[in-house]
Design a protein around this ligand. Structure first.
Ligand code: CTP
Length: 398
C-alpha cells in the first residue's frame, strides 16, 4: 500500500505521457499523494488541467515561476516527496540527469533532491539503443537511479523494439519496491572490495586483476535490501555504488585499519582481493635505473583481514563471509580456507583465466558453510550479489 506516501511525478515530453495520467489515478487509488511536475515538452502531449485535476493537486511547470518559488522553493519541493518518479523518462531528461544539468524545473528538482529517483524510460528504439543513451543509462544506474522498463513492442512511431514506457501497474509495483524498507533495515554491513596496491616506490606498485565488480554489486544489493553499508574499497575499476559509506584505501594495512574503524557491524563481507605480501623495503624515492643494477625487492606478509575479524574475541560481526579465489581444487581449498580463517561462510570461485571470471561480468560460485557446499549456476555478478544479499538477510533475521 502507498497510503500517505508522497510521490513527485515528473512528466516528460513523450507520447507515453498519456499513460502517466492513468499512473496518477492508480497511485491515488492506493492512497498516495501525487505532486505533478510537467515539463514544457510534456505539456505538448497532455494538458496541465488534466494532470492537476487527476492529481487533485497543484501542478508545477516552470522553474522561474516566482509565485511557486514564494510558495514552495524547488529545493523544498524536491525533498518533500518520499520518491521522485520520472515518467515518461525521455532521452533528453536522462541526458540532463546524467550530466547534472539544471536548466528547467524538472532537471533542477532531479539535481537538488536527496530522495530516491525512479525513471520509466520512454523513447524511440533507435534513441534507446544509441550509445549516448546507453552511456547515460549506465551512468545513472551507477548513481543509484532506479529504472522500470522500457518494454519491447510496436511503437507509436511505427518501429518495433525496446523503448516503450512500462505499463502504469508495473510502475506502481516498482514504486512499491522502491519505498519498502527492506529486510536489512537497521543492519550495518561492512563490505571490502577491489584490489589493494602495495607500493614499490612512490610511482610503482604491486596489484592484482580484481575489478571490484563483485564487491560493488554485493554492496549495491545490500543497500537495495535496506542495509546501512560501509564500503571499504581498494583502487577498483568500477565506481562505488550509490548510497553506501565509501572508505577508499590503497594498501592491505590501510584496509585493515578501515575495517577496524567501521565496527561494530552485524555482518562483514570480505570480497576484496587483498595482496598477500607488501614490499618491506619500498623506497621513499623513485628507484632509478642506474649502475647499482636490478632492484632487489623483499616481501613481508600482509595482515589477513578476514582471519583477523573472524577470530576477534570482542565485537565479531554475527556473520562473517569470505571469498576464496582459487585456480585448482576449488572446493577442497575453499573448505580448508573457511576452517583456517574461521569465517562462517566462504563464497568459492574458480578464477582460472579460461573462466573469464576475474574482471568479467559473470561468476560461478559455491557457497560453503557448516551446512556443506551449495553450487550456484553461472550467473551475472549482479545476480550472485542479489542471491547472497538475500541469504544474508535471512541469516540475520535469525
Ligand atoms: N583476505 C583478507 N586479507 C588478506 C588476504 C585475503 O581479508 N590479507 C580475504 C579475502 O578478501 C577473501 C579471503 O580472504 O575473502 C580469501 O582470499 P584469497 O586470496 O582467496 O585467499 P588467501 O588468504 O590469499 O589464500 P591463498 O592466496 O593462499 O589462496
Amino acid at each position: 500500500m502507498l497510503t500517505n506516501k508522497h510521490i513527485l511525478l515528473i512528466i516528460g515530453g513523450g507520447i507515453a505521457a498519456f499513460k502517466s495520467l492513468d499512473l496518477i489515478r492508480r497511485l491515488r487509488e492506493r492512497g498516495a499523494k501525487v505532486t505533478p511536475v510537467l515539463t514544457k515538452a510534456g505539456s505538448e502531449f497532455v494538458t496541465p488541467l488534466s494532470v492537476s485535476a487527476l492529481a487533485a493537486n497543484k501542478l508545477y511547470t516552470d522553474l522561474f515561476d516566482l509565485n511557486d518559488e514564494a510558495e514552495m522553493g524547488h529545493i523544498e519541493l524536491s525533498r518533500a516527496a518520499d520518491l521522485i518518479v520520472v515518467a515518461p523518462g525521455t532521452a533528453d531528461l536522462m541526458a540532463k540527469m546524467a550530466s547534472g544539468l539544471a536548466n528547467d524545473l524538472a532537471s533542477t528538482l532531479l539535481l537538488a533532491t536527496d530522495k530516491r529517483v525512479l525513471v520509466a524510460p520512454s523513447m524511440n528504439v533507435r534513441m534507446w539503443e544509441h550509445p549516448a543513451t546507453q552511456r547515460n543509462l549506465k551512468t545513472l544506474k551507477g548513481d543509484g537511479i532506479l529504472f522500470v522498463g522500457p518494454g519491447e513492442g510496436d511503437m507509436a512511431c511505427g518501429e518495433y523494439g525496446p523503448g516503450r514506457m512500462a505499463e502504469p501497474l508495473d510502475i506502481v509495483a516498482a514504486i512499491d519496491t522502491a519505498l519498502s524498507d527492506g529486510p536489512l533495515k537497521g543492519k550495518h554491513v561492512l563490505v571490502t572490495s577491489g584490489p589493494t596496491h602495495e607500493p614499490i616506490d612512490p610511482v610503482r606498485y604491486i596489484a592484482n586483476r580484481s575489478s571490484g565488480a563483485q564487491g560493488t554489486a554485493i554492496a549495491q544489493a545490500l543497500v537495495t535490501l535496506g542495509a546501512d553499508v560501509t564500503f571499504v574499497t581498494g583502487p577498483a575499476d568500477v565506481p562505488p555504488p550509490a548510497g553506501v559509506n565509501v572508505v577508499p584505501v590503497e594498501t592491505a594495512a590501510e584496509m585493515l585499519e578501515a575495517v577496524r574503524n567501521a565496527k561494530p557491524a552485524d555482518a562483514a563481507i570480505f570480497a576484496a582481493a587483498v595482496a598477500d605480501w607488501h614490499v618491506s623495503n619500498a623506497s621513499d624515492a623513485k628507484i632509478k635505473k642506474d649502475a647499482s643494477g636490478l632492484p632487489e625487492l623483499t616481501f613481508a606478509e600482509n595482515p589477513d583481514i578476514l582471519a583477523t575479524v573472524s577470530q576477534m574475541m570482542d565485537g565479531r560481526p554475527a556473520l562473517v563471509v569470505g571469498f576464496a579465489a582459487e585456480t585448482n581444487d576449488v572446493i577442497a581449498n575453499a573448505t580448508a580456507k573457511r576452517l583456517r580463517k574461521g569465517c562462517d561462510w566462504i563464497v568459492a570461485n574458480d578464477v582460472s583465466p579460461e573462466t573469464g571470471i576475474m574482471g568479467g561480468t559473470e561468476n560461478a560460485v559455491t557457497l560453503i558453510s557448516d551446512a556443506g557446499a551449495d553450487a550456484w549456476p553461472r550467473m551475472g555478478k549482479d545476480e550472485v550479489a542479489t542471491k547472497l544479499a538475500t541469504k544474508i538477510a535471512l541469516e540475520l533475521a535469525g
